[in-house]
Design a protein around this ligand. Sequence first.
Ligand code: NAP
Length: 251
Amino acid sequence: MSVLKGKVALVTGGSRGIGRAIAEVFASVGATVVICGRKLYALDHVAGDNEILSGRIVPMQCNVTRYAEMEGLVQTILAQHGRIDVLVNNAATNIYTGYALELGEAEFDRIIDVNLRSVYRMTGLVAPTMCERGSGSIINVASTAGIRPEPHNLLYSMTNAALLMMTKSYALELGPRGVRVNAIAPGLVETEMSAYIWKDEQKLAEHMAMQPLRHLGQPEEVAEVALLLASERSSLVTGQTFVVDGGALVA
Ligand SMILES: NC(=O)c1ccc[n+]([C@@H]2O[C@H](COP(=O)([O-])OP(=O)(O)OC[C@H]3O[C@@H](n4cnc5c(N)ncnc54)[C@H](OP(=O)(O)O)[C@@H]3O)[C@@H](O)[C@H]2O)c1
């Protein structure tokens, strides 16, 4: 299968978890995938593990809270690969859990920078080049927390809700120029970010008891949905949020 043959994708936060799985699935069907993150050694590791894939995984260091680094990243990709067909805004953080009234302005600013401003800025850098070519797919990895607030997780829930509206707003404006913009809202997925839940036996058991599909979500299961949204097989789909949560939200 080579549905992304010849396509160039950029996946932020591609060194582990969901971003890594997305990069690997895209590369396995022919794409050249640039992955970015703050730690180059972790990105190099992913590229090294995937040398045999039919596409290619290219590691490039970039902190998505630093605009100059983002500009440099996009310019380098355009210079080396000619274009970006698929942008996956995946990098995010969930560092501030706790009581809403105990959160400070520094935490508020930090999470806006990592989870929201980064997506706004990256889209601002990449989308115009897609519009010029008249095609492209942008995928924002959000969370079910943006639809149903998580307890003691105001900042994460709030930024993900904003991300879903950002997705719809961009879809409205960029659609006439050939660019599709969709979001994926995963539920609990086994990655480093959510380890504080799935490594805790009681929390995991509580979660699984209410999730209709009784297995812990895997990054690859999110990646398969990203592949659909990246490919022309979803050519009539824009402005949508795809919930990938084993049915937890409807339970
Ligand atoms: N896991 C879940 O249960 C779950 C549920 C719902 C939604 N999600 C969403 O899925 C996405 C991926 O989450 P994950 O669980 O795969 O997280 P993860 O395992 O913690 O991975 C996060 C990735 O983002 C990168 N990153 C973090 N801050 C960055 C920054 N400032 N600049 C560049 N890269 C940065 C990390 O690399 P470096 O540390 O090297 O920078 C890493 O590659 C996020 O948007 C998250 O909100 C996850």
